[in-house]
Ligand binder design. Structure first.
Ligand code: GLN
Length: 485
């Protein structure tokens, strides 16, 4: 049995029916990782021993009749999400030896639900990047074409799912870091509503934008994982008190007659022709096969999204990353006095992109510039959020591309940060507005590279957004396609 080809829901069914035990499933995936991850490099750490122990424990529980919703199900976790007793490096030298004494709330909840953690996946350092090339350790490769990037920053999680190392993983999304790699790797990625999932234990990048979400082979599986990570958490004051609905049951919601807005700003200059074609083909499916209406809309402040984000995110990052000072956590480079020690620790501990963000952010927040940059950006952010509010008065969903191009070549954009930043042009606004963004495969380019489609929905519209994605995926069934590794 090719266990790795089964989506989470199917693996879970087999586990529940006793057709496979967690130990066998976990072993099969660990074997596959051992055999093939040297070509992909999705994992920073494979927690083999812990995974096998957790799998045995899950099997024991099941035999004793103690059911849990995800009992025995193997998953991977992005390495900026804290795992008790397991290094959480953020792919940074400054945290290379950091072992958190606690689990992030999402990890705690997954463990409580019975999941088995296979390991920690690679990312751009501190989640800053769009290609996973900013990892201080090594770049991850795209399973569909190892000469290309998997996207970023959750490139390790996306590549792990695409390669069949696991059928589900967690990522984090500040400006597109779940959706863009999902699109590059031909998997599903969900950025939930800001506040839907606790950020406690997610190493902070830009706290007003960061959100944890699932990367999976199917939309149904994204609903399944969201079910167990969502919900209020007293440890995160920004987590929402809203009830967690039954996302799996909602997948059947009848959406006929609902309206899809197609923002003209998402189909302008810079959009690859093949991507445009695939997204337009998908829109036809929504109309003709699923019975929704589509209509052109405008999100007029879209052209300012990248500039706004690249003030707000670095500003928050510069503040969040002040804690890495050689005293409290991680790397410390000794020197004669305190200031020298700070300087050496931070100069040696952070990579170039992280330093660039800290400098931009510090500048934007500094006296005399605050009003011109940070305050202005916050005002524009409000306008961007308002664009969506107005649009959602007329339409139920907004659909566009996830990224302007399919996966680009390794090294192609490393020397050109602006070009790299532009790969987030269609994903960033969703974070600025705090709404739902779902990325799912909608086809392949002539070169055989996956192309993603983005469904955006209002705050807390996860049930409807996932339903629409699920109904679409059941038409094309692209989740049945696997890359040869
Ligand atoms: N690529 C964007 C950045 O570099 C988004 C990253 C993210 O969502 N974590 O900031």
């Amino acid at each position: 049995m090719e266990w790795h080809k089964l989506p989470l829901a199917a693996q879970l069914e087999k586990l529940r029916a006793g057709e496979v035990e967690s130990l066998a499933l976990t072993r099969a995936l660990l074997e596959r990782i051992k055999e093939k991850d040297s070509r992909i490099k999705a994992f920073l750490k494979v927690t083999e021993e812990e995974a096998l122990a957790a799998a045995e424990e899950a099997d024991r529980k099941r035999r004793a009749g103690e059911e849990r919703p995800l009992l025995g199900l193997p998953l991977a976790i992005k390495d900026n999400i804290c795992t008790r007793g397991i290094t959480t490096t953020c792919a940074s030298k400054i945290l290379a030896n950091f072992v958190p004494p606690f689990d992030a709330t999402v990890v705690e909840r997954l463990k409580e639900a019975g999941a088995v953690i296979l390991g920690k996946t690679n990312l751009d350092e501190f989640a800053m990047g769009s290609s996973t090339e900013n990892s201080a350790f090594f770049p991850t490769k795209n399973p569909w074409d190892p000469s290309r990037v998997p996207g970023g920053s959750s490139g390790g999680s996306a590549a792990a799912v695409a390669a069949g190392f696991c059928s589900g993983a967690l990522g984090s999304d500040t400006g597109g870091s779940i959706r863009q790699p999902a699109s590059f790797c031909g998997v599903v990625g969900l950025k939930p509503t800001y506040g839907r999932v606790s950020r406690y234990g997610l190493v902070a990048f830009a706290s007003s934008l960061d959100q944890i979400g699932p990367l999976t082979r199917t939309v149904k599986d994204a609903a399944l994982l969201l079910q167990y990570i969502a919900g209020h958490d007293p440890k995160d004051s920004t987590s929402a008190p809203e009830e967690v609905p039954d996302y799996l049951a909602a997948l059947k919601t009848d959406l006929k007659g609902k309206k899809i807005g197609v923002p003209k700003e998402y189909f302008g200059e810079g959009l690859d022709e093949e991507v445009r074609q695939k997204v337009e083909d998908a829109l036809r499916i929504f109309r003709e096969e699923l019975g929704l209406e589509t209509k052109e809309i405008s999100l007029p402040h879209t052209p300012y999204a990248v500039a706004t984000y690249y003030i707000i995110a670095p500003a928050e990052a510069s503040s969040n990353l002040a804690r890495y000072d050689g005293v409290k956590y991680g790397l410390r480079v000794e020197a004669d006095d305190l200031i020298e020690m700070y300087k050496k620790t931070r100069s040696q501990g952070f990579g170039p992109e992280v330093k660039r963000r800290i400098m931009i952010g510090t500048y934007a927040l500094s006296a005399g510039y605050y009003d011109a940059y940070y305050k202005k950006a916050s005002q524009v952010r409000t306008l961007i959020a308002r664009d969506f509010e107005e649009a959602f008065r007329e339409v139920d969903f907004i659909i566009g591309p996830v990224a302007p191009t399919p996966a680009f070549k390794l090294e192609e954009r490393v020397d050109d940060p602006l070009k790299m930043y532009l790969s987030d042009i269609y994903t960033i606004s969703v974070n600025l507005a705090g709404i739902v963004g779902l990325s799912l495969p909608c086809g392949f380019s002539k070169e055989g590279l996956p192309v993603g489609l983005q469904i955006m929905g209002p705050h807390f519209s996860e049930p409807q957004t996932l339903a629409l994605g699920h109904q679409f995926e059941e038409i094309l069934k692209l989740y049945e396609k696997y890359p040869e590794i």
